[in-house]
Design a protein around this ligand. Structure first.
Ligand code: GDP
Length: 454
């Protein structure tokens, strides 16, 4: 018996058995929350479009917006970044009837790719903005543009629903022919990358004039387009699977001391939590108690429901919350730590088999033994690409076993060995702890998902 216990040491220290908590009714009926990343080539019109969404959905007054170019509304974060202020990803929520959509910022400039990836790594769904005007679409799609890379990134990180906004169609006099041409090209590429046909949607747009954001006023467009507006299409996203019945997991993105408590800010990855519960901090193993919980992006609740307050006292999968903890000192907690149900912990692992996609910007191929930084959630751990197992197609079909090197724009199965053990899981069991990014000398070189813990 002694040996059996020993060999299973790390994950079962508590000796207690995990009993799933019944999911409260208020969570079963809770409004869907989606995190959305906006992708697309630089200048495709991402900021303009999202600024327009915020205005037309009533979050900013037109007067307020009118004072500055539309794109500034979202670029304020960018200026903060330049001043060295920590950027907070996901600070804006757009409420549509079916979902609370949290916008993850995704600047298109090449040097912002790492930030974009951090955003995309938490995304449930994506909007890809492409500029329809002559020359610009072609530059963004073919000539070294970022459109394809962003599609591959989204795919590599496990985003399955994608809405393609064919923007700046006002510059093409709302030409159906141009719209069809672009749609055909982008669609064929998305299908090639194994996006499911049902999860790909297209719509014509002008972020600048606001046409087809919430309504259509231009008869040239209404003459041939009868589909949803952008806000309707956002409403039509499918809800993300929230895994409420699975054990609680929380990724810490910020920690600070407040009064007598320690505050951990972050996102609930799966399950749900309430004040009074005990959690384990991973990888260190300390046990803490949640004294208080506060929502940073309060979910929409039904004012007529007298139990609605209950929803606000619970942090469920998808929610961004602050947890006030006792039983631990601030120095013991760090960004990247995971809080978990103590009786059903994610395994602490050093070695894993993973599917990776090598980015287009990689000029030096990746060989066996390559030293990289492994970035998962908010953690950075030095690691080695310890085996090149196979070169694959985007969907996973093996093209070649044991390749000598991985060059840009290729997909592969590799073994990765980390310098330290961290909490991770198979992507199929926990999306948030199953997707990662690899960096080399500060550059992002690959994105991937964990297939198997070794
Ligand atoms: P981003 O880099 O993708 O965020 O692009 P921006 O939102 O900053 O837009 C880039 C430029 O394209 C700006 O000068 C915008 O005014 C212009 N623009 C954006 N959307 C449209 C549109 O729908 N129609 C036209 N004509 N111009 C647009």
């Amino acid at each position: 018996k002694a040996t059996a216990t020993k060999s299973k040491s790390s994950n079962k220290q508590q000796g207690s058995v995990y009993v799933p908590k019944p999911v409260p009714d208020i969570l079963k009926t809770a409004k869907s929350q989606l995190s959305m990343v906006v992708l697309g080539h630089v200048d495709a019109g991402k900021s303009t479009m999202m600024g327009q969404v915020l205005v037309q959905a009533g979050y900013i007054s037109k007067r307020e917006a009118g004072k500055k170019p539309m794109s500034w509304i979202l670029d304020e974060n960018e200026q903060e970044r330049e001043r060295g202020v920590t950027m907070e990803i996901g600070t804006k929520t757009v409420r549509v009837p079916k979902h609370d959509i949290v916008l993850l910022d995704a600047p298109g400039h090449a040097d912002f790719v790492p930030i974009m990836i951090t955003g995309a790594a938490n995304a449930d769904v994506a909007i890809l903005v492409v500029a329809a005007n002559t020359g610009e679409f072609e530059a963004g799609f073919d000539g070294g543009g970022q459109t394809k890379e962003h599609i591959l990134l989204a795919r590599g990180l496990g985003v399955t629903q994608i809405l393609v906004a064919i923007n700046k169609l006002d510059m093409e006099d709302w030409s159906k022919q141009r719209y069809d041409e672009i749609q055909a090209k982008v669609k064929s590429y998305l299908l090639q990358q194994q996006f499911a046909p049902k999860r790909i949607r297209f719509l014509p747009l002008s972020g600048l004039t606001g046409e087809n954001v919430k309504s259509r006023n231009d008869s040239k467009l209404s003459a041939w387009y009868k589909g949803p507006t952008l806000l309707d299409a956002m409403n039509d996203f499918l809800p993300a699977k929230r895994q409420l019945e699975k054990p609680f997991r929380f990724g810490i993105t910020d920690v600070y001391a407040e009064g007598k408590g320690v505050v951990a800010r972050g996102r609930v990855m799966q399950g749900f939590v309430e004040a009074g519960e005990r959690l384990v901090v991973l990888p260190i193993g300390d046990v803490v108690t949640v004294n208080k919980l506060e929502h940073l992006q309060p979910p929409t609740t039904d004012d007529n429901d007298k139990n609605a307050f209950k929803r606000l006292s619970i942090g469920m999968a998808g929610d961004t919350v602050e947890l006030v903890l006792s039983g631990i000192e601030l120095v013991r907690l760090s960004v990247g730590s995971i809080l978990s149900n103590p009786n059903a912990r994610p395994p602490l692992t050093k070695k894993a088999k993973a599917k990776v996609f090598i980015l287009d910007s990689v000029t030096i191929p990746i060989i066996r033994g390559a030293r990289v930084m492994f970035h998962m959630q908010s953690l950075d751990i030095p690691a080695t690409v310890s085996k090149l197992i196979a070169l694959t197609k985007g969907g996973g079909e093996v093209i070649k076993e044991r390749p000598r090197a991985l060059s840009r724009n290729s997909s592969a199965i590799v073994e990765i060995t980390l310098n330290d053990k961290i909490a991770m899981e198979q992507f199929s069991s926990c999306r948030a702890l199953g997707r990662f990014v690899l960096r080399r000398s500060g550059d992002t070189i690959a994105v991937g998902v964990i297939d198997e813990l070794l």
